[in-house]
Design a protein around this ligand. Structure first.
Ligand SMILES: *[C@@H]1O[C@H](CO)[C@@H](O)[C@H](O)[C@H]1NC(C)=O
Ligand SMILES: *[C@@H]1O[C@H](CO)[C@@H](O)[C@H](O)[C@H]1NC(C)=O
Ligand SMILES: *[C@@H]1O[C@H](CO)[C@@H](O)[C@H](O)[C@H]1NC(C)=O
Ligand SMILES: *[C@@H]1O[C@H](CO)[C@@H](O)[C@H](O)[C@H]1NC(C)=O
Ligand SMILES: [Zn+2]
Length: 267
């Protein structure tokens, strides 16, 4: 049983993290995937990250691998201009490690622009603890808003460290609670779930401070060519919300990678 759960989780995570396969079809597949019949699919775990490179050499030979340890001055380049006012419509589920959400399509998706390019929101998910560290410190969790081009190919991710604060998060209020995201062992897909994505910004200082760099997917296949923006201000959730989030999450942080060709804050 445990093996099945781990395998399911590993399979779904490969599909749910910023990536290749359109998330909604991936999630649909997850629901009826029997890991014991597809042992080849379950090839990696967070517990043995050194093994990721066996099937995906770039995980160890890459020079722009994510996540990294961030510190120093905030970035001035690639400032995003948000157009998040459209309500998102999509499917809420659990990627085996925490809540995840996939938009139905890019047509009316929230977007941001920078450097003359539009990035469409594809979906989001969380990691626990945080993937990125700041001044060497992890946060209890991290939210990833995955964006792509109009065709749905992932190309940029916004990361938000999640910490406990005095106020309840209006963003997380939309995905926690009785009608919120299912637990890590559940295959439930909650369709037609609406999200006001502006709340992710208002809960975290409107993205005024950030670090940007050239990075990769933080799970196999560790594909590079993804631009990252990590908020310099954490998104705060209430103690109750953090407890609830952790209850439907499993450890899913990749070790921080050596800074090489990431060009933090550079054009
Ligand atoms: C969104 O996608 C889901 C899953 O494919 C589908 O059931 C639902 O009808 C779609 N909703 C809209 C508004 O297109
Ligand atoms: C920004 O725009 C310049 C000029 O079009 C282009 O060369 C560069 O690759 C762009 N950078 C990114 C990250 O898209
Ligand atoms: C992260 O960066 C801080 C500040 O430069 C440094 O003190 C710390 O040693 C770094 N930690 C890691 C794990 O790289
Ligand atoms: C997880 O959710 C499923 C329903 O999707 C439920 O049957 C199961 O009891 C839940 N597990 C826990 C530990 O809450
Ligand atoms: Zn992620």
């Amino acid at each position: 049983m445990f093996r099945t759960l781990v395998a399911l989780a590993a399979l779904s995570s490969a599909l749910a993290c910023p990536d290749h396969t359109p998330p909604s079809s991936a999630l649909g597949r997850r629901a009826d995937e029997n890991a014991d019949e597809h042992p080849a699919e379950a090839t990696w775990t967070f517990a043995d990250q050194a093994a990721w490179a066996v099937d995906n050499p770039i995980c160890s030979t890459g020079t722009m691998q994510s996540p990294i340890n961030l510190s120093g001055a905030f970035s001035k380049v690639y400032a995003p201009t948000f157009k998040y006012d459209n309500l998102a419509i999509g499917t809420l589920s659990n990627w085996g490690y925490g809540p995840s959400y996939s938009l139905n399509g890019t047509a009316d998706a929230p977007t941001f622009t920078t450097n003359g390019t539009t990035y469409y929101l594809l979906g989001f998910h969380t990691h626990t603890p945080s993937d990125h560290t700041i001044n060497g410190k992890s946060a209890p969790a991290e939210l990833h808003l995955v964006h792509g081009d109009a065709s749905g190919a992932a190309k940029g991710v916004l990361g938000f460290p999640l910490v406990v604060g005095a106020e309840e998060s209006e963003f997380f209020a939309q995905i926690l609670g009785p009608t919120g995201a299912p637990n890590v062992t559940s295959n439930l897909l909650l369709d037609n779930h609406e999200m006001d994505m502006r709340k992710a910004l208002t809960d975290s200082g409107n993205f005024k401070k950030y670090w940007t760099y050239r990075g990769s997917l933080t799970t196999p296949p560790c594909t590079e060519g993804k631009r990252w923006w990590v908020s310099g201000q954490s998104l705060t959730v209430s103690q109750e919300q953090m407890a609830e989030l952790l209850l439907i999450s499993e450890d899913s942080a990749r070790d921080v990678q050596k800074i090489q060709a990431h060009g933090v804050g550079e054009l």
